[in-house]
Design a protein around this ligand. Structure first.
Ligand code: GTP
Ligand code: MG
Length: 227
């Protein structure tokens, strides 16, 4: 017998086990009224910069915290801690994505119920994270203007697994001749009707609209939980 069917079976079981843990996490987050947002993107698209800005702004009105995945370093957790929000690093070693069990473990000694928002930054890459549900309410895929407009067409699976897309580093758009219409058309070719935000974590331009969107989603979650 070839090794291929065995490999597929193991992969299916890993994903099934992940889905079970993710489902339990999602139920727990909903029962506790915590809105959970995960971030995926290519390495360096700007997840940590965007998260640092988001945590700093949200902290003024909400209880927020973050988990951040990385293969080898604690650099991102150190950067995010500057926002004064509680932050924990998950180091994945050789694994190119986070799994629900890692999130569950990282939260073991955390009072998630006291949070309004929990953010999870995934390991930077546009392939592996797409298959792994982390129990989040909202998955955001970031696309920075310096990557070019065609990433949605090249990596459709990750754009399909996300709920919302954010085009980042818009302060650099002119310098790299970023074509907004082409990028939006590519996102919508893969995922028709997907909500797309445009913003710069550096200048803060465009952050308001995104924060209003998050606040509305938190209210929805709380209303649904109350009925
Ligand atoms: N000009 C500009 N630079 C940005 C912006 N956001 C991030 N950067 C820069 O882009 C580089 C990468 O940003 P990170 O936030 O580390 O990206 P990341 O997606 O978290 O990277 P990984 O975690 O390694 O995948 C850094 O030098 C940031 O300062 C932005 O909105 N504008
Ligand atoms: Mg990062």
């Amino acid at each position: 017998m070839s090794a291929q069917p065995r490999l597929l079976e193991v992969r299916k079981n890993v994903l099934k086990q992940n889905d079970l843990i993710a489902r339990a996490l999602r139920e727990r987050f909903r029962a506790e009224g915590t809105f959970v947002v995960s971030l995926v993107s290519s390495p360096g698209a700007g997840k940590t910069a965007f998260l640092e800005k988001t945590l700093s702004l949200l902290r003024q009105n909400y209880r927020v915290a973050a988990l951040v995945g990385d293969l080898a370093t604690e650099n991102d957790a150190i950067r995010l801690a500057r926002s004064q929000a509680p932050v924990k690093q998950i180091t994945t070693g050789t694994l190119c994505h986070l799994e629900a069990a890692m999130v569950e473990r990282a939260l073991e000694d955390w009072e998630v119920g006291s949070l309004d928002f929990l953010f999870i930054e995934n390991v930077g890459n546009l392939v592996c994270p797409s298959s792994y549900d982390l129990g989040e309410d909202l998955r955001i895929v970031l696309l920075s203007v310096t990557e070019g407009e065609d990433k949605p067409l090249k990596y459709p699976t990750i754009f399909n697994s996300a709920d919302v897309s954010i085009v980042t580093k818009t302060d650099l758009a002119e310098a790299v001749e970023f074509n907004w219409d082409a990028a939006q058309a590519n996102i919508h070719a893969v995922r028709p009707g997907m909500t797309v935000f445009r913003l710069s974590a550096k200048s803060g331009k465009g952050m308001d609209g995104f924060l209003e969107f998050l606040a509305a989603r938190l209210s929805e979650l709380r209303q649904t939980a109350a009925t």
